[in-house]
Design a protein. Sequence first.
Length: 247
Amino acid sequence: MLEARGVAAGYGSVDVLRGIDLTLAQDEVVAVVGANGAGKSTLVRTLTGLLTARSGTITMDGDAITTTSAHARARRGLVMVPEGRRLFASLTVQENVDLGRSARAGRSDVDPFEVLGDIFPILAERAHQRAGLLSGGEQQQVALARALVGRPRYLLLDEPSLGLSPALTTRLFQTVAKIREHLPVGILLVEQMVDRALELADRAYVIERGQVVLEGPASEVAASGEVQRAYLGEVGSREEQRGEETR
Ligand SMILES: Nc1ncnc2c1ncn2[C@@H]1O[C@H](COP(=O)(O)OP(=O)(O)OP(=O)(O)O)[C@@H](O)[C@H]1O
């Protein structure tokens, strides 16, 4: 279990997270939703150790990791795929994925292309192509494969659908569903595509101004008015737009 208790964090004099309690088990997908600026990316950065919590505790499988470096957390099996994917454009698909092996020394004995090949067809199809030449959806596959090749216990995804077309977003969510089906990894999914994230997730947290305002089974969170309220009508207007497109 990855567990945050009373976690506060921020930048300089700005407080962003104000006492977040959150858990992620190794067999679940948990969505984190909330309006722009609510603190979702800050939460992911604090959980992975890119930002140090100002107060509160973070534990992983019972061990305190509140002040552990991001590198050490990654070695212990807590990895993130950041917003924007951050691949090395001039390296090949295979070279990018291989970088993920070194993040978890001692557990990289299995050929990633065999283990992950079913989930990510791109690994076999484009292994030797430069990552910079791939489409956004293909790059997202490589970023996910790179994160998974070290066999993490917890995977944090920050806005994985960002910049993807609706069709590629559908593929992405199917891929995340496959990961959950085939690999023993807890997935924290930060997403602006709220309805899709809540469809896929087991549980969800709604974050507003650095605090959890609602948590529970994803279906209950989806059915509550709290999500719409947190987004100040954003969700409603998006659904209306989608309705118009399909008319
Ligand atoms: N490096 C930084 N320095 C100062 N303030 C920052 C920094 N990064 C983020 N912030 C501020 O922290 C707050 C929360 O930002 P954060 O990126 O965590 O929100 P978010 O919920 O992920 O939003 P979005 O959905 O737009 O990505 C915002 O007010 C933002 O301006």
